[in-house]
Design a protein around this ligand. Sequence first.
Ligand code: GDP
Length: 172
Amino acid sequence: MSKQLQFKLVLLGESAVGKSSLVLRFVKDQFDDYRESTIGAAFLTQTVSLEDGTSVKFEIWDTAGQERYKSLAPMYYRSAACAICVYDITQSASLEKAKSWIRELQRQADPSIVIALCGNKADLAARRQVSQEEAQKFAEEEGLMWCETSAKTGEGVNDIFDRIAHKLPQVA
Ligand code: GDP
């Protein structure tokens, strides 16, 4: 019988960087320009199938605006197997915020947690404030996965979940 694995994944990052939109794109392949910030869903699930038949089910926790209440965070990322720390490539302050989440995870989360740094809104490259080189260099130094995505066009979205799905069985 093929293996079925399940992992908790959390999204962290400044408000409005596109966390809920990334989840909506990955789970439902939808995008909504006018959606209220934060859908408030407790969690959604999505499964990725690996080449060897293993299925990796993500239990995805969206912060639902709780990033504003920092004290709730440890409860939220405790027991997470993976985290995507999202910034908006058009807002350099959002990269600093993502870095501070990464530092917090490195201090407080399970040491085997898989962390991805994700620059969202890649479709707005004309307004870019964060260079690919800068973000990639930081990710490399910290041993993190890095990617750019657009929840709007779908660019890079399946790819990052796929990379995480392949990495998790190796560290779990
Ligand atoms: P959250 O607060 O981090 O969950 O952010 P949301 O998912 O609510 O997104 C905030 C705003 O950014 C919304 O108006 C989205 O439509 C928009 N947005 C999210 N992702 C993208 C993207 O990849 N490209 C563009 N152009 N807008 C995006």
